[in-house]
Design a protein around this ligand. Structure first.
Ligand code: HEC
Ligand code: HEC
Ligand code: HEC
Ligand code: HEC
Ligand code: HEC
Ligand code: HEC
Ligand code: HEC
Ligand code: HEC
Ligand code: HEC
Ligand code: HEC
Length: 314
């Protein structure tokens, strides 16, 4: 307890200095030497260092070459009083603070990341959400997130998680994708890693990236307003096969009227061919501008290179 007495004396001394010198010195600098050290906190809270020691917030007192000084008091204020009178009222606990107060604790050392999307605006860094909605300081895993699989996103985004249970889906539940496979929070302005852009999809689906001799503008240049891959595919899950946002021909009819040539034949009322039967190269074609199956001639009983349709005579 000699330590406590010394510290009490220090506190008293500090108050005197403060009274005398506030006008000319910064009180914070002056009193820093009297802040309780980590050792004091750990006398009563040793367990709280276990989680910390494995992370980027390992205490400077445990590290030889720390570039930034991190102690228990970096995130918990009121230590001087609390160490002597250890009641909960005497120390701040981010778990009980407003989001704004938590955020300002963290942003003393961190720039909040605001690059989650291409636009550079992250709705997560708002009034209602704290850094600790996603980051767990004492029990965090990789990047101090609450869990490695990013399951915590689902706490707030129930409908997104439920979409992955639909008939066709990205293998989030059975496979090794996580929300963070596509939603990058720390891209620092790298548009390739924002969500929504085709480049995000190309990382895992290079075969759809072309470049094609004949592009389908739905995939390529039609990308200004939520177009591109997500013009036809739901990214999370869909009741239709292949993550398609509409079943069968309705998919194409979102953007195309029925071409005049199709009205009476094949795709007229009562016709039985789906658009994809003939226009199989829906992502783009190396063969023809109509995105037709290069084998269409053979398919209907003719030979390659012959007229796509009706090579056996009408
Ligand atoms: C003499 C023992 C002792 C010392 C030294 C001590 N604490 Fe505590 N601390 C306690 C006790 C007892 C509690 C209350 C635990 C409870 O009621 O759940 C507590 C509670 C806390 C809480 C939780 C507050 C809350 O609102 O729930 C935090 C955070 C905390 N201490 C941080 C620190 C820090 C940082 C230091 C070093 C500056 C420190 N403590 C030093 C004994 C101590
Ligand atoms: C980088 C910031 C940071 C540092 C450094 C830090 N803590 Fe914490 N501490 C937090 C946050 C945030 C919480 C709220 C719970 C959570 O999110 O993990 C917390 C919660 C606590 C609690 C209360 C837990 C509860 O049940 O609510 C105690 C006690 C505590 N910390 C003690 C310590 C001690 C002792 C140290 C030094 C060994 C320390 N903390 C260092 C950020 C920090
Ligand atoms: C006293 C300064 C300081 C404070 C306060 C602080 N941090 Fe840190 N934090 C650091 C340092 C230093 C690192 C390691 C270097 C880096 O990644 O910038 C770090 C790293 C991190 C990382 C990255 C971990 C990793 O493994 O990549 C996260 C996330 C983080 N801090 C969150 C927080 C949150 C949330 C708070 C508020 C509860 C907080 N920090 C408060 C200094 C601080
Ligand atoms: C909605 C959830 C969420 C919120 C809220 C949040 N983060 Fe993060 N944070 C993440 C995710 C996800 C990562 C990226 C992890 C990865 O990709 O490895 C991350 C990464 C980080 C990193 C390490 C990478 C880097 O950019 O240096 C730091 C530091 C960090 N966050 C600090 C903060 C701070 C400070 C706040 C509060 C102002 C905050 N975060 C709020 C989810 C969040
Ligand atoms: C504590 C609650 C909370 C957590 C945890 C959380 N979010 Fe959010 N998220 C929100 C809120 C609130 C918004 C803004 C309102 C909205 O669009 O629903 C938002 C918006 C979003 C958006 C839409 C952005 C836009 O531009 O429309 C995406 C994408 C997103 N979150 C992904 C994630 C991912 C991925 C995680 C896990 C790393 C996560 N969120 C964790 C609350 C949360
Ligand atoms: C395969 C990539 C991918 C994965 C994995 C993914 N997302 Fe998304 N997410 C996207 C894309 C792309 C969009 C934009 C859709 C659009 O613009 O039409 C989006 C949109 C969102 C939105 C805003 C629109 C909405 O649906 O509410 C939220 C919230 C969201 N995602 C949360 C999540 C969460 C939570 C997870 C994990 C459970 C997750 N996402 C996993 C690609 C993905
Ligand atoms: C991190 C990797 C990753 C990213 C990013 C990604 N996907 Fe996937 N995607 C997969 C995996 C893995 C599968 C399952 C492959 C399989 O089953 O053979 C898949 C399957 C698909 C399927 C076929 C689904 C089915 O039912 O057969 C479509 C369509 C698809 N992805 C579209 C997209 C689109 C659009 C994007 C961008 C919004 C995207 N993917 C981003 C990994 C990814
Ligand atoms: C015009 C609508 C449309 C657009 C835009 C589109 N797709 Fe597709 N995609 C489809 C259809 C239709 C299928 C199913 C093809 C089939 O079953 O033969 C499909 C299938 C897929 C598959 C499953 C594998 C396969 O070839 O069957 C993947 C992966 C895929 N698309 C990724 C993408 C990516 C990545 C983008 C963006 C570059 C994209 N799609 C843009 C309509 C589209
Ligand atoms: C998101 C809108 C969109 C969707 C959905 C879409 N397309 Fe397209 N498609 C376009 C645009 C834009 C063009 C280029 C302009 C044009 O020729 O109408 C195009 C061009 C085409 C062409 C080439 C036209 C030519 O000049 O020969 C064919 C064939 C075609 N689409 C078939 C389809 C089929 C089949 C589907 C369904 C699998 C489909 N499209 C879905 C937007 C779309
Ligand atoms: C039996 C095969 C077949 C089916 C089924 C079919 N098409 Fe076509 N489509 C063609 C052929 C062949 C051409 C080229 C015709 C030409 O050169 O005039 C073509 C041309 C087109 C064109 C570009 C020509 C124009 O006039 O704009 C579009 C767009 C198109 N089809 C959309 C569709 C859509 C949407 C569907 C489904 C509702 C569909 N097609 C079903 C064979 C087919």
């Amino acid at each position: 307890m000699t330590k406590t007495i010394t510290r009490l004396q220090q506190s008293a001394l500090c108050m005197v200095y403060l009274a005398l010198l506030t006008a000319v010195h910064s009180p914070a600098t002056l009193c820093q030497v009297f802040e309780p050290d980590d050792e004091t906190c750990l006398m009563c809270h040793e367990a709280y260092n276990d989680g910390l020691a494995r992370t980027a917030h390992r205490l400077s007192s445990d590290t030889k070459n720390a570039t930034v000084d991190i102690g228990c008091v970096s995130c918990h204020e009121g230590g001087e009083v609390h160490a002597d009178d250890p009641s909960v009222e005497n120390i701040t606990n981010p778990a009980k603070m407003t989001s704004a107060a938590v955020n300002s604790t963290c942003t003393r050392c961190h720039q909040p990341h605001t690059e989650m999307d291409n636009v550079g605006f992250d709705p997560h860094i708002g009034e209602d959400l704290a850094c600790t909605s996603c980051h767990s300081i004492h029990n965090g895993v990789t990047a101090l997130l609450m869990d490695e699989e990013a399951q915590f996103c689902g706490k707030c985004h129930v409908s997104a998680v439920n979409a992955f249970k639909k008939r066709s889906n990205h293998p989030l539940i059975d496979g090794n994708l996580t929300c963070l496979s596509c939603h990058n929070f720390t891209g620092r302005g790298n548009p390739d890693y924002g969500y929504g852009g085709n480049a995000n999809c190309y990382r895992c689906h290079p075969e759809q990236s072309g470049p094609y001799m004949y592009e389908h503008e739905a995939s390529s240049s039609f990308t200004t307003e939520g177009g591109g891959c997500v013009a036809c595919h739901f990214p999370h899950g869909s009741p239709n096969e292949r993550l398609l946002n509409q079943p069968n021909n309705s998919l194409c009819r979102q953007c195309h009227g029925l071409p005049p040539a199709h009205v009476t034949a094949h795709n007229g009322e009562g016709a039985s061919f789906g658009c994809l039967e003939c226009h199989s190269e829906v992502h783009g074609s190396y063969d023809n501008s109509h995105l037709l199956d290069p084998q269409l001639g053979i398919k209907i009983g003719g030979s390659p290179g012959s007229c796509f349709c009706h090579n056996v005579g009408d």
